[in-house]
Write a protein that binds this ligand. Structure first.
Ligand code: GTP
Ligand code: MG
Length: 170
């Protein structure tokens, strides 16, 4: 039969990694070169049809600045899915992303579908994090991995679609 699912999804990651840009690309099909840094968090919703279901994502786009870290549990608590975002041109953002994964493994919903997104894949000439090291890390930690670009839209719909397919069906 047909399933209608509501799924709370949270984006986590370092400031500037491109969380808001990924959401803006997915929800509105837009990209801003000068996207403003998020304050607190922002909410969006978007519906996606997969084979057997219609998934309504309720998306919390969190702020990556360290001073907002203590707010994060409010957004990941009860979430069905998370996208942990790093910037492929920043080794620091990769380190930060791994810390988020650890925090979710300790404090998050154990059935959470977790995606690991290496964003800014269009900036190949500035790359600091190889796809291989990220893929190995993701496999070891039970996440699925994709490199994305909010700028070119590469893999952006795909990552949400993959999450939708992996959500437990009612
Ligand atoms: P916080 O809200 O501070 O946590 O940052 P954020 O993770 O939401 O990052 P944001 O989406 O604001 O993007 C930061 C900057 O990177 C902006 O200037 C974006 O235009 C740029 N950016 C985001 N995604 C991409 C991408 O895929 N490619 C390129 N080239 N730039 C990107
Ligand atoms: Mg933001």
């Amino acid at each position: 039969g047909h399933n209608n699912l509501n799924a709370k999804l949270v984006l986590l990651g370092d400031m500037g990694a491109g969380k808001s840009s990924l959401v803006l690309r997915f929800v509105k099909g837009q990209f801003l070169e000068f996207q403003e840094s998020t304050i607190g968090a922002a909410f969006f919703s978007q519906t996606l049809a997969v084979n057997d279901a219609t998934v309504k994502f309720e998306i919390w786009d969190t702020a990556g600045q360290e001073r907002y870290h203590s707010l994060a549990p409010m957004y990941y608590r009860g979430a069905a899915a998370a996208i942990i975002v790093y910037d492929i041109t920043s080794q620091d953002s990769f380190t930060r992303a791994k810390k988020w994964v650890q925090e979710l493994q300790k404090q998050g919903n154990p059935n959470m579908v977790m995606a690991f997104a290496g964003n800014k894949a269009d900036l190949e000439d500035k790359r600091q994090v190889t796809a291989d090291e990220a893929r190995v890390y993701a496999e070891e930690n039970g996440l699925f991995f994709m490199e994305t670009s909010a700028k070119t839209a590469a893999n952006v719909n795909d990552i949400f679609y993959e999450i939708a397919k992996r959500l437990p069906r009612a």
